[in-house]
Design a protein around this ligand. Structure first.
Ligand SMILES: C[S@@+](CC[C@H](N)C(=O)[O-])C[C@H]1O[C@@H](n2cnc3c(N)ncnc32)[C@H](O)[C@@H]1O
Length: 236
């Protein structure tokens, strides 16, 4: 069995740069569903510390615009330069809820891993982003979610003590209904990802205080209601 790029990558580096379930692993699975070619120009929106961008640049030789709100581009620039990737990954500060600072029809693809839930769970974001993608290009999103919809106030007891509204966890059906409202996008894939458990297990090994906090939640059994939802749409 061949080892994945993620499994052969420097484990300490990934553990120190993860900000949630292992985004490099998730991106590597998602890439199997995308038409990928060297030199593709990609916007990695909500890249955090950039492990998804690193995978796209290193494994697939893409040109990546690594945009994030919470992590400074100066910090990311140092990280990318230390890896020799400064001519392939361009870090910048972007708040997706504000003006998007790019030319229209500029990107072959917009990718967003474990971040779209913070700004994209509404009817505004998808139509706002589509003009920046070339005709026939793709938007590829992976978000943590729930395996089903839970009526308000009826979360499973394993989840209740830990849940906050800032999770923005929804089901596949919830996301599908939202994306189907946007006529400029044809959904090509919307599925639960196979790497969910491994991506969460990787995260729990991180010394990040949020990861350490999540250990009790997963030990309580909340994880059986979690999935990672992959949504890919093509601009029509
Ligand atoms: C849980 S972290 C995940 C980061 C990275 N994708 C990863 O998986 O390691 C969520 C990311 O979403 C980004 N984010 C949240 N709101 C955003 C917004 N309005 N515009 C751009 N990025 C945003 C944050 O800056 C943060 O880095």
């Amino acid at each position: 069995m061949s080892t994945s790029f993620t499994d052969s990558y420097n484990k300490d580096f990934i553990l120190n740069t993860m900000m949630g379930p292992n985004a490099m692993r998730i991106t590597e699975e998602m890439a199997n569903f995308l038409p990928i070619y060297p030199g593709m120009r990609v916007l990695d929106l909500g890249c955090g510390m950039g492990i998804s961008s690193i995978l796209l640049a290193e494994k697939y030789n893409m040109t990546v615009f690594a945009a994030d709100l919470w992590i400074s581009p100066s910090e990311n620039a140092k990280r990318f330069a230390n890896l020799g990737l400064d001519s392939k990954i361009f870090p910048l500060s972007v708040d997706a809820t504000k003006e998007i600072p790019f030319a229209h029809e500029y990107f072959d693809m917009i990718i967003s891993v474990d971040s779209y839930q913070y700004f994209g769970g509404n009817e505004v974001m998808l139509p706002k982003l589509m003009p920046f993608i070339k005709k026939g290009g793709f938007i590829a999103v992976a978000v943590p979610g729930f395996t089903q919809d839970f009526p308000e106030g009826q979360l499973p007891e394993e989840v209740q003590p830990y849940w906050t509204p800032e999770w923005y966890f929804y089901s596949c059906g919830w996301w599908r209904a939202l994306w189907e409202k946007e006529p400029c996008v044809a959904i090509t894939v919307l599925r639960e990802m196979n790497s969910c458990k491994q991506a969460w297990d990787d995260w729990l090994q991180s010394s990040n205080p949020y990861a350490q906090r999540d250990i009790a939640m997963m030990e309580a059994g909340a994880g059986k209601y979690f999935n990672i939802i992959q949504m890919i749409g093509q601009k029509v």
